[in-house]
Design a protein around this ligand. Structure first.
Ligand SMILES: Nc1ncnc2c1ncn2[C@@H]1O[C@H](COP(=O)(O)OS(=O)(=O)O)[C@@H](OP(=O)(O)O)[C@H]1O
Length: 267
């Protein structure tokens, strides 16, 4: 049994600067300390909303880095020490380091989030999809509103140290995605090496390996790994509601266009 199992629903989340976070995973002190966090110019940061594919893209980065390391014998470090896991870190000053900004279409992200909430004790659970959808739309879920997240990041969409990339484009063409990421981080790997990184980062490869990498949690995390699962949950009314909010808040923005809402989120 985990601590969150014994907690009341209202105690599961706290807010920091208006955004809800899970009490058993995050703390006020860590967020406060993040404010004075200073990155070095060669730090690599992956920014992604929960359920956008952060484990997948974190793995691609790790594969690229370790392949580069084997080839050059240059050892990447964290806080001056070598590392073998891509650590999570909340974003501090966005001016200082290269950021890979991961995006996923909001309908699949909401679907993945709902399925995950059912089994993730630190998150509030929901009786039904309809109940979750209401909270998702108003941002009353851990890490808050995905729409606000996208609007805020849109202010940095043109920054040269930020490269937006989508779950869907890498799903469609993994090798091309891996090449883009390697180029952005200036990791000079050859075609064969890049191909191997893409293969080792496929959904099936990661799922097969998930017991070792994520223990019992692996099966929950590597659920379907695809596009359009939202069609099994969204009602016509819910489609209209999300289409409307996306149209109003994001359709005209650079990140909104990058998400290709009309391709991935229309019936
Ligand atoms: N290699 C690979 N290829 C394609 N898709 C993948 C891959 N790895 C993880 N996934 C899918 O990413 C979703 C989980 O996102 P996150 O890793 O961000 O989740 S979490 O916030 O850390 O819990 C979750 O999506 P759903 O399957 O739709 O739930 C995972 O299956």
């Amino acid at each position: 049994m985990v601590v969150a199992d014994t907690m009341d629903r209202e105690d599961l989340m706290f807010t920091y600067k208006g955004i809800p976070y899970p009490t058993t995973l995050c703390s006020y002190e860590v967020f406060k300390a993040m404010e004075s966090f200073e990155a070095r110019s060669d730090d690599m940061i992956l920014a992604g909303f929960p359920k956008s594919g952060t484990n997948w893209f974190g793995h691609i980065l790790l594969e690229l880095i370790t392949t580069f390391e084997k080839k050059t014998e240059v050892k990447p470090t964290i806080y001056g020490e070598e590392f073998d896991e891509f650590p999570y870190l909340e974003i501090g000053d966005t001016e200082k380091y290269q950021i890979l900004l991961l995006l996923r279409n909001p309908k699949d992200l909401a679907t993945s989030f709902f399925k995950f909430s059912k089994v993730m004790a630190p998150f509030p659970t929901y009786e039904s999809w309809d109940e979750f959808f209401k909270d998702f739309m108003i941002g009353n879920i851990p890490w808050g509103s995905y729409f606000t997240y996208l609007s805020e990041w849109n202010k940095h969409a043109d920054d040269e140290h930020v490269m937006p990339i989508t779950f869907e484009e890498v799903k469609e063409n993994p090798l091309l995605g891996v090449k883009k990421i390697a180029k952005f981080f200036e990791l000079p790997l050859n075609e064969e090496e890049l191909k191997e990184v893409a293969e080792r980062s496929s959904f099936q490869a990661m799922k097969n390996n998930s017991k070792e990498t994520h223990g019992v949690f692996g099966n929950v995390l590597f659920r379907k790994g695809g596009v359009s699962d939202w069609k099994s949950l969204f009602s016509e009314e819910q489609n209209q509601e999300m289409d409307k909010i996306f149209e109003e808040r994001l359709a005209q923005t650079k990140l909104g266009a990058k998400i290709k809402y009309n391709v991935w989120c229309k019936v």
